[in-house]
Design a binder for this molecule. Structure first.
Ligand code: G6P
Length: 481
């Protein structure tokens, strides 16, 4: 593997040759009854993707601790060197809830919810990005590799570059990058493009995202591009697709444990031993298309197309709960669930089991094992790791995946039933087909998807990104056409 992936012998307090800068730390603070705190591994897409890479590389991870208390600073937890950043209450409101999750998130997800633009929020974005960049500058050893992640930190690459010409900087965008007509709405579009272009290599989930970014470079910043390269003064920056994945092997090991099989059987028993279990697992987010899924399921029940013994388990883990669009969505989802249950339940057997909770990985693996059909109906999704997790857990090659074509995963998982979630009839047909699939067809499709997920796992993703970054020349003069 490349140099940044080699284990370093960094002692605490020393500078690191590999630095990850991400919105969140890979651990959550947990307070005991006596007020004593410890840090536990936290669930989530970004974390599950990067943690194995971090352990392998022996680097340092800079991220927000998750609350508005004082910054924890440098510490060690779960065998990782971490630097906990703080957010003030105002920054939590203006940066985290404001520009990150009420401006950039909806804008980058095709304005499914209307983005809000406030200058005060932007000022907070600049300030917080500067503090993350500063922490990276302090932690990075001479010649270090710094890997910055996601839409919350788009100014960090340029802010680091201004102070440290010696480091190599990569940036990976976990969410989609929108088409220019949408991106152009952002009053600070030029600053965002220039912030990102401080990196040597920019990674996106899909080729379409990279293409959208290259167009933004031309239109918003007037820069010349050639293929995947953008010319920035005497430098060239590459913008390419690196579809993220999961630690498929580790998750399959959890699913193969006897305890997981037992727990899956218990879940099916608790559900009343239905013939068919449908499963949705999402953060409660408007990008996930949960109302569309419920709409289709409600109609299928009314039409009796799934038979009488079918159950939908919908896990919707709490997320960004104080942001307006998320409150509206929660009400909408909970109303739809109640309506379906009100119309179709018998005493003791509701057709929707709705769980507004988060679960540890063991329980998630058991849920994946218990489900005949996995429903992923996102309206827009950078990748969707849940789809890949389901596939990784189905080691007996059974089960079917209904997958929105608006996810990054749809480019890779050819064995899925692809759907346009806005097309309720099409979605209903796909769910009905997936629920009645023959074992042979299921096996054929699942085998195809499992091969993809096992071969293209998170280690390969990281190696591919870091390998490309390591090969990036310090400056690449391109011939002007
Ligand atoms: C997505 C983003 C991550 C983010 C996560 C959870 O996966 O790509 O950057 O951390 O959602 O969102 P939150 O607002 O809780 O950090």
């Amino acid at each position: 593997m490349m140099s940044p992936m080699r284990k370093t012998a960094d002692a605490p307090g020393e500078r690191h040759r590999f630095v990850v800068v991400a919105s969140r730390l890979p651990v959550d603070r947990n307070e005991g009854p006596g007020g004593e705190a410890d840090w536990r591994p936290s669930p989530g897409g970004l974390v599950s993707a990067l943690e194995p890479v971090m352990r392998e590389a022996g680097g340092v991870w800079i991220g927000w601790s998750g609350d508005t208390g004082p910054a924890p600073g440098p510490f060690r937890a779960n065998g990782l060197d971490l630097v906990g950043m703080g957010l003030s209450a105002d920054q939590f409101r203006d940066y985290y809830e404001g520009i990150c999750n009420a401006t950039l998130w909806p804008l980058y997800h095709d304005v499914i919810a209307p983005p809000e633009f406030h200058r005060r929020w932007w000022d907070a974005y600049v300030t917080v990005n500067r503090s993350f960049a500063q922490a990276a500058v302090i932690q990075a050893a001479p010649g270090a590799t710094i890997w910055v992640h996601d839409y919350q930190l788009q100014l960090v690459p340029q802010m680091i570059r201004e102070q440290r010409g010696d480091v190599r900087i990569g940036f990976f965008n976990h969410i989609p990058f929108p088409g220019y007509e949408i991106f152009a709405q952002l009053p600070w579009r030029r600053q965002v493009v220039n912030g990102l272009l401080g990196a040597d290599l920019l990674g996106f989930q899909r080729r379409a995202d990279a293409t959208n970014f290259l167009r933004a470079c031309r239109r918003a910043a007037g820069l010349a591009t050639r293929g995947a390269a953008v010319r920035v003064g005497d430098r060239e920056v590459q913008a390419e697709a690196f579809p993220i994945s999961i630690d498929a092997e580790a998750l399959e090991q959890i699913a193969r444990r006897e305890s997981a099989g037992k727990r899956a059987a218990e879940i099916r028993m608790a559900l009343g031993e239905p013939d068919t279990v449908l499963l949705g697992i999402d953060r409660l987010d408007y990008t996930k298309g949960i109302p569309h899924r419920l709409h289709a399921y409600g109609e299928l029940l009314r039409e009796g197309r799934l038979g009488p013994r079918v159950v939908l388990v919908q896990v919707a883990s709490p997320s960004r709960e104080r942001v307006g669009a998320y409150r509206v969505l929660r009400d909408e989802v909970e109303l739809a669930v109640s309506r379906i249950n009100g119309e179709h339940a018998e005493v003791g057997s509701p057709p929707v089991h709705y769980l507004h909770q988060s679960y540890p990985r063991d329980e998630m693996a058991a849920l994946y094992l218990a489900a005949d059909v996995m429903l992923v109906t996102s309206l827009r999704d950078g990748m969707n790791l849940v789809a890949k997790e389901y596939v990784a857990c189905r080691y007996d090659e059974s089960g079917a995946l209904v997958l929105s074509e608006f996810t990054g995963a749809a480019d890779e998982l050819n064995g899925a039933f692809l759907v346009n979630p806005h097309d309720i009839e099409g979605l209903k047909d796909a769910i009905a087909r997936a629920a009645t699939i023959s074992p042979a067809d299921a096996r054929r499709r699942m085998r195809l998807m499992r091969r993809r997920v096992r071969e293209h796992d998170v280690a390969r993703w990281a190696a591919s990104f870091l390998g490309t970054l390591a090969r990036a020349p310090d400056s690449w003069p391109i011939p002007v056409p």
